[in-house]
Design a protein around this ligand. Structure first.
Ligand code: NAD
Ligand code: DAU
Length: 375
């Protein structure tokens, strides 16, 4: 095998897309999916590639330093793409300890293992840490009606592409996390950079905006709302629904990770985003229209499911990523128009009701046990 790469969190939403891309695109690489299979990990996300000869799944906690080090040595690992994390902001408000343990201590354990395994020979090695735009805090909404954005990309030139302020998150901004989730991610980013600066570990960090697409756990806005519209359940909109997020189709994120893993500069940070800002309430209306249409209902008839509820504590007002460095230096830009991405996404969840039912019933957690029975 030309390379041996551990992808952590490969059974989760974004991780499964990254694993699939690498397994299919690089048959000459060995791809090891290291995942603890928490509630968010689901091996059914990878059914289509699980029998490929260049793919291996290892059930392991990233906090298990000895286990990770042994695996790295046995498999001659020369690259780590680190996505494993606790990722849901609402859960971090209820249970911050788990977020510190996984996101901070888990990342530290991986860094120590990589340092111990590679020490003295960093040539060709790479520790790539996947982070979030939430570490930068929140931007002001200086233009609630929206203004023409300063940048466009292939995927953002649609009619809805407006910016809600002049400021964007750039790579040189100071970190100002607000939620326990983003505080834990920020801390892990600092550890990664510290391991480069102190020990010379060849690291890269990227900070990405909100992803959407197939296989996202239905606690997050888009899959939760599609499922609720289908079952005519209330749609809990936090606060006034005015908060703004910058949405990127998950396969575009996976492509960016591929580009950066192979061509990014060591010790650099790259922001990844869609230049695609939406107020939550506007996205929700698009979801209702699209889901109703695809279900053969009258478009918009489920608008009365919208239910305004108490706001999320510390709810960040606006995220907007400036990903022009990545476009300029490595030539990446998002490929999908948002309208196209949302249509594909809603269609996928409606066509994969079994997947959603398994996840919402908890049955997906038996998949691993059944899969490994008799092996
Ligand atoms: P997810 O919650 O869908 O998946 C997380 C995966 O990590 C799961 O498979 C889970 O089993 C695994 N995991 C959790 N704790 C673990 C541990 N201790 N050891 C090993 N595996 C463990 O997350 P996601 O939405 O796919 O996010 C992946 C990464 O991308 C995270 O680091 C997240 O911070 C970052 N990110 C996510 C988004 C987004 O919009 N979802 C945007 C930017 C960055
Ligand atoms: O910005 C990147 C981040 O995007 C990632 O780092 C996180 O891992 C990922 O979960 C996501 O965080 P958000 O908090 O932005 O995503 P979420 O889907 O939970 O919420 C999106 C917006 O919708 C947010 O403003 C809160 C709001 N919301 C969410 C839910 C679940 C609601 O109004 N109602 C809801 O029920």
């Amino acid at each position: 095998m030309k390379r041996s790469i551990i992808i952590t969190g490969g059974a989760g939403f974004i991780g499964s897309h990254v694993v699939r891309l690498f397994v299919n695109k690089y048959p000459e690489y060995k791809i090891i999916n290291l995942d603890k299979l928490t509630y968010a990990g689901n091996l059914a996300n990878l059914k289509d590639i699980e029998d490929k000869p260049n793919y291996k799944f290892v059930k392991m906690d990233i906090c298990d330093f000895e286990g990770v080090l042994k695996l790295m040595q046995e498999e001659h690992v020369d690259g780590i793409i680190h996505l494993a994390a606790e990722s849901h902001v609402d859960r971090s408000i209820k249970d911050p300890f788990t977020f510190a343990q996984t996101n901070v201590m888990g990342t530290l354990s991986l860094l120590q293992a990589a340092k111990a395994c590679w020490e003295g020979n960093y040539e060709g090695k790479r520790f790539y840490h996947i982070s979030t735009d939430e570490v930068y805090g929140a931007l002001e909404m200086t233009h609630p009606e929206g203004i023409e954005p300063p940048f466009t990309t292939k995927a953002s030139s649609g009619e809805h592409h407006l910016a809600y302020g002049e400021k964007f998150f750039t790579e040189d901004l100071k970190y100002q996390p607000h939620s326990p989730y983003s505080a834990a991610k920020a801390s892990s980013d600092h550890f990664v950079r510290a391991f480069h600066d102190t020990f010379g570990l060849p690291t890269i960090v990227t900070n990405c905006s909100n992803n959407y697409g197939p296989y996202q756990f239905p606690e997050k806005l888009i899959p939760l709302f599609i499922n609720n519209i289908r079952h005519r359940k209330p749609l809990p909109v936090y606060g006034k629904g005015e908060n703004v997020r910058d949405w990127l189709y998950v396969e575009d994120h996976a492509r960016a990770i591929d580009t950066i893993f192979h061509n990014g500069k060591i010790a650099e940070t790259y922001n990844i985003g869609g230049f695609n800002e939406w107020k939550n309430i506007d996205i929700i209306k698009v979801l209702i229209h699209t889901t109703d249409r695809l279900l053969g209902r009258k478009e918009g008839e489920d608008m009365d499911l919208i239910t305004y509820v108490t706001d999320r504590a510390g709810h960040d007002l606006r995220y907007a990523i400036d990903s022009s460095k990545l476009k300029r230096e490595l030539g990446w830009e998002p490929s999908l128009q948002f309208e196209e991405g949302i249509e594909k996404t809603v269609r996928w969840y409606l066509d994969n009701q079994d997947w959603l039912d398994n996840v919402t019933s908890g049955d997906y957690q038996k998949y691993y046990e059944n899969m490994y029975k008799g092996r």
